[in-house]
Write a protein that binds this ligand. Structure first.
Ligand code: GTP
Ligand code: ZN
Length: 205
């Protein structure tokens, strides 16, 4: 499993039973920052197989605290369910909270949104770009897991481009449009208008 890399390290793997089935959790670290990330794998594949994957950006409020302010929690559940239904797959859980600005800055951004700004304006008001995420560790993680061709569950074209730039073949994209509620419809509309996310327009009416 371990590959030598100047930037990233693989640490260890363990069984991870979940509501949907038994995954294996793999731990990784970015050497320069000490930032920790995990991958969940399910089932088996040959090196040439197209593997269903999801790149999920950490969202403590949505993933762990049941917030419906965004669609993250529902997407996370749906991704794990999809992987088990397809018999194989990988979820890369990246610790890039708040599109890379961190949890407390995201709460600052939420506060500004409560006062009327949209998600992009709030980031910019705080002095950040709209999206600061770095996907470079995905190439290393997928390499360790012997995945080179993927069907990516996302609505975000930047993730497709990031994987292609890392030499991963994105053979297909599966939309993941679960978790749209009255609490987050405007937020998701902003993502389509300002960040390039692709959603079926009927879902956003
Ligand atoms: N800065 C900031 N980050 C947010 C906000 N709402 C959600 N996030 C973060 O956004 C990230 C998820 O990104 P999204 O734009 O919802 O979706 P995506 O990952 O780009 O795309 P999908 O693959 O389609 O889900 C998580 O890290 C969340 O913590 C917000 O209002 N401001
Ligand atoms: Zn979220």
């Amino acid at each position: 499993m371990k590959h030598q890399d100047p930037l990233f390290d693989y640490i260890s793997s363990a069984r991870l039973p979940t509501r949907w089935g038994q995954f294996t959790i793999h731990g990784f670290v970015e050497k320069h920052s000490g930032q920790e990330h995990v991958a969940l794998s399910y089932g088996q594949w040959q090196e040439d197989d197209v593997v269903p994957i999801r790149i999920h950006s950490e969202c403590l409020t949505g993933d762990a605290l049941f917030s419906t302010r965004c669609d993250c929690g529902a997407q996370l559940e749906k991704a794990l369910q999809n992987i088990v239904e397809q018999g194989k797959g990988v979820l890369l859980y990246l610790r890039q909270e708040g599109r890379g600005i961190g949890l407390l800055n995201k709460i600052r951004a939420y506060h500004l949104q409560d006062k009327g700004m949209d998600t992009v304006e709030a980031n910019e008001h705080l002095g950040f770009d709209a999206d600061l995420r770095d996907y470079s560790i995905c190439g290393y993680m997928l390499d360790c897991l012997k995945v080179s061709k993927v069907n990516l569950m996302t609505n975000n074209p930047r993730k497709i481009q990031a994987l292609r730039d890392l030499g991963i073949e994105v053979v297909a994209r599966t939309p993941i449009d679960h978790g749209i509620t009255d609490d987050n419809r405007i937020y998701i509309r902003t993502k389509t208008q300002k960040l390039g996310h692709e959603f079926d327009p009927h879902l956003l009416k």
